[in-house]
Design a protein around this ligand. Structure first.
Ligand code: AMP
Ligand code: ZN
Length: 459
């Protein structure tokens, strides 16, 4: 099949590589999904946008895609870097006085609603970890047989010394892994860097399964080995996640899947850059985050966040601020107005010019999803002397990749002009605890017909 060349950055090789799908023309993708113990924030959503943009771009270029995104509903510990702590699902269940199943159902629904708001296309499958426990047990049995794992008192650990390539993805040398383990090492581990495949239930009676090693529950990393290979087979094209998944999660996944199969399973590892808030990583656990619904309540179009994210390379960290979001919201609204205006003007399409612009767009997305260049092209096209109907036609088609709802009637604007700017100023005044100024700005917003409600200030 004659498909265009696509270059993608592979975290494993640290280079851009040609995409060479296992099956001709069909790209199969596994994406690490949410742990459904809390609402997702816009940082998580930035990571979930990566496979969405990847699929939209590949399909625009003529490839077919299939995507699987897991839902983690067991096994993700509060301190996953150091393989200890309590299961996040159980912590939320206790705090909210609900069962882990209720917690999972509620937050998985909220997640689906949030990705819909962001125009993130649904994955083809959303396997849940709790549905794949027998498959995880099989993998752990194979790892024990092949002497990549050992059992102590009903808990099974992966023996990282048995897998010489351990550390290749994250470029962590085993000695560094040792040095990096904080606090009291678990005395049952042969090596402090060994990670848990199966954890004995202990006194825990919730979310426990029978196993050859007694009752217990799976570790977080084995879930993704089990679900990815169960659904996509033992050779697939692309695995995505956030930059913080590189170590330990994906390093462990490679060690598990490759030790079981004896060969490379994933061709390309793609990781999205983190979203930062005031210099720190936006994180559910630290409480410094925004939900997309909060941004919406403040009057922003959820797709303004999508617009903002498209301005940065997917691999770069991105700073989030409501001021930046306000700018994106304005720019998006303006672009929709322009598209409406161009669409209303009749005229002949300039086919040669359209082909030329489109091939530049295709070249940008085929170069490791260079969406900032694609967005620069959108701006350049707007300023160019190309016929209005050609502009409208191109933007309608590029929107299949951008997902910005550019054809949406601008009459449905969510904020009156100037309001986003006032909101950004008010956010700053509040952060500086200048409440007099913040009240003035609230009145100014009210006069524009915008009511603001405040979340408590975060420390
Ligand atoms: P979690 O629900 O905590 O497992 O996270 C879901 C996904 O969001 C993971 O793939 C993380 O890598 C990603 N993620 C978490 N925090 C951020 C952030 N601040 N920016 C971008 N992605 C993030
Ligand atoms: Zn995963």
């Amino acid at each position: 099949m004659n498909l265009p060349r696509v270059r993608l950055y592979n975290t494993f090789s640290r280079t851009k590589q040609d995409l060479e799908p296992v099956s001709d023309g069909m790209v199969r993708i596994y994406s690490c999904g949410p742990t459904v113990y809390r609402y997702v924030h816009v940082g998580n959503l930035r990571t979930f946008m990566l496979p969405d943009l990847l699929r939209r771009s590949l399909e625009y270029l003529g490839y077919q895609t299939e995507q699987v995104m897991n839902i983690t509903d067991v096994g993700h510990l509060t301190d996953d870097s150091f393989d200890r702590g309590e299961d996040k699902m159980l912590v939320s269940a206790r705090l909210e006085k609900k069962s882990p199943e209720e917690i999972a159902a509620y937050y998985a629904d909220a997640f689906m609603e949030d990705i819909r708001k962001m125009n993130i296309r649904a994955s083809d499958a959303y396997p849940r970890a709790t549905e794949y426990v027998p498959r995880m047990i099989e993998l752990i049995e194979t790892l024990l047989e092949k002497r990549h794992a050992y059992e102590v008192d009903g808990t099974v650990y992966y023996d990282i010394a048995s897998f010489p390539a351990y550390g290749s993805l994250s470029r962590n040398a085993t000695e560094k892994l040792m040095a990096g383990t904080r606090g009291e090492p678990d005395p049952r581990k042969r090596h402090p860097g060994d990670f848990t495949l199966w954890k004995a239930a202990g006194s825990n009676r919730v979310q426990v399964w029978p196993s050859p090693w007694g009752p217990g529950f799976p570790g977080w990393h084995i879930e993704c080995s089990a679900m990815s290979m169960a659904i996509l087979g033992d050779r697939f094209d692309i695995h995505t996640g956030g930059a913080d998944n590189v170590f330990p999660h994906h390093e462990a996944e490679i060690a598990q899947s490759e030790a079981v199969t004896g060969h490379r399973v994933v061709s390309l590892w793609m990781h999205g850059g983190l979203l930062m808030l005031s210099g720190a990583r936006m994180a559910k656990s630290a409480g410094n985050f925004f939900r997309v619904t909060e941004l919406e309540e403040q009057g922003f179009d959820p797709l303004a966040f999508r617009y903002l994210a498209l301005q940065a390379r997917y691999r770069s960290p991105l700073n989030f601020s409501t001021r930046g979001l306000g700018g994106a919201d304005n720019a998006l609204r303006q672009l929709r107005e322009n598209v409406a205006e161009w669409s209303s003007q009749r005229g002949d399409e300039d086919v040669a010019a359209a082909d030329d612009w489109d091939s530049r767009f295709r070249a940008a997305i085929a170069d490791d999803l260079d969406l900032p260049s694609a967005m620069a092209l959108v701006a350049e096209l707007g300023r160019s002397p190309v016929a209005a109907s050609t502009k409208a036609g191109l933007l309608e088609s590029w929107d299949r990749v951008l997902g910005l709802d550019l054809g949406r009637s601008p009459a449905k604007r969510t904020l009156p002009p100037g309001a986003a700017e006032l909101m950004a100023q008010r956010e700053q005044a509040r952060a500086a605890r200048d409440f007099a100024r913040s009240d003035q700005l609230r009145d100014a917003l009210r006069s524009l017909g915008v009511e603001v409600s405040d979340q408590p200030l975060k420390k």
